[in-house]
Design a binder for this molecule. Sequence first.
Ligand SMILES: *Cc1c(COP(=O)(O)O)cnc(C)c1O
Length: 437
Amino acid sequence: MNLYERDQRALSSMASLRFFPQAAVGGEGAYLIDEHGGRLLDLSASWGAASLGHSHPAVRAAVDRALASQAGASYLSGANIPAIELAERLLSIVPGRAAGRVWLGHSGSDANETVARAVVAATGRPRIIAFQGAYHGGTVGSMAISGHPAQTSVQRAPGLTLIPYPNAYRDGGESHAAAAALRHLEDLLAGPLPPGEVAALFLEAIQSDGGMVVPPPEFFQRVEALCRRHGILIVADEVKVGLGRTGRMHAFQHLGIEPDIVVFGKGLGGGLPVSAVVGPTPIMNYRAAFSFQTVHGNPVCASAAVAVLDTIREQGLVDHAAAVGKHLKNLLADLKKRHSLIGDVRGEGLAIGVELVSDQATKTPAKHQTAKVAYRAFELGLVLYYVGVNSNVLELTPSLPLTHDEATRAVEILDQALRDVTAGRVDDGSVARFAGW
Ligand SMILES: *Cc1c(COP(=O)(O)O)cnc(C)c1O
C-alpha cells in the first residue's frame, strides 16, 4: 500500500480538499519530497501557509528554542515572551488606527470568527457586510460571514449582507465592474440596509478563494469613504495574501486604504498554526474571556511566527516577492499567448491566478480542464491547486523565497501540462477520483 492509500484508509475525508494523490515524506524550501525521494516543486506552499518554504532553518531554530524550555502552552492565564514579542512586532508593522492590541489564535477561521463576534458586541450594531465569493474560514462563525459557493448547507449569519466583488475580467472591464459594485453598495446603504446597523465590512484585498480576483483601482477607496461616513469598521482579511506575499507588507497597501482591523493567518506561522487580529483597543479589549481556546498564544507557534516576521524583514522577502512575482507573471502572460485555454492571468507579487476558459469570447469557465491541468502538472512534478467560484482558476501562492529559476521551471511544467490536456493526453478517469472544490 502506498502512502496515499494509507491516508485514504485512516483519515476522514471531511477535511479533504484533494486535487491529486499528493503524499510527502519531507520537504525543503520550495520542494516537497515524495516517498520515492522524488522532488515536487510546490507552487502552493500548502495554500501559502509555508510562507518561508518547507523546513526553513529560522522556523526550526525558533521552535527548538521555544520547546527547549517551554514557557507553558497558552497565553490565556499567563504571559509568555514569544506571544508578547509577536504582538509587539505586529503592532510595529500595522499602520495607523488598527495598531491597538493583538489577539492570537490558531487559524484564519478562529480569527475572523472572533472579529465578527467582537465588532457586533463592541459596537452594538448587529449587521456585517462581506463579499460574494469571500472565504473567511471553515468554522461555523467564520462560514457565517463568508460568501463562497463551495460552502454548501451552511447557515450564513442572519445579519450578513453579501455584496458583489468587482471582477474586471468578467464584468466588462475595470471601471464598469467597479462602478456597478459600488452602486450596489450605495443603493443598499441608501435604503434596505440601514448603515447605522452595520458594524463592519470584511474585505480581501485580492479575493483569493473566490478566484484570485484583483479589484479595480480606487474601488476600495470609495468603499472606505462610504464606511467612514457611516462609522462602519473595515476589516482586512490578510490571511492568504498578507505579510509580503503581494510584494507589499500588507495586501491592503495596494488599495490605498487604512483598515480598522487586520487579520493574519496562514503564512504568519510559516507552517505552524497561528493567527492574529490587530485592531483598536476599545474593540480588542471589549471584554476579558470573550474568545479563547486553550493553547492560543502558545509559545511554540508564537515563536515560529516571530521568526517568520524577522526573516521577512532581514532577507528583504517583500521586495523579493515583488521581483520574482513579476518574473512569474510575465512568463504566465507569455504562456497565455500560446494557450487558448488561458483566459486571464492576474495577481500581485506571489499571489497569482490563472483563469482557464473553454472559449475566449464567451469566457465559459473550463472547470473540468482546470482539474486536469492541476492533475497533469502534479504528474510532471509541480504542485498547484485551483480556486474560484467557478473552480477554474489555478492558484499560485509559492513560498516567498522562491527563486527566479524555480519560477521559470514551474511555468515550463505548467506549459507541458496545458499542452497535454489540450491534446487529450489526460483521461477523465484519473481526475474523477478527485472532487477538488
Ligand atoms: C484560508 C483563509 C481563511 C481561513 O484560514 P484557516 O487557517 O483555514 O482557518 C480565512 N481567510 C482567508 C482569506 C483565507 O484564505
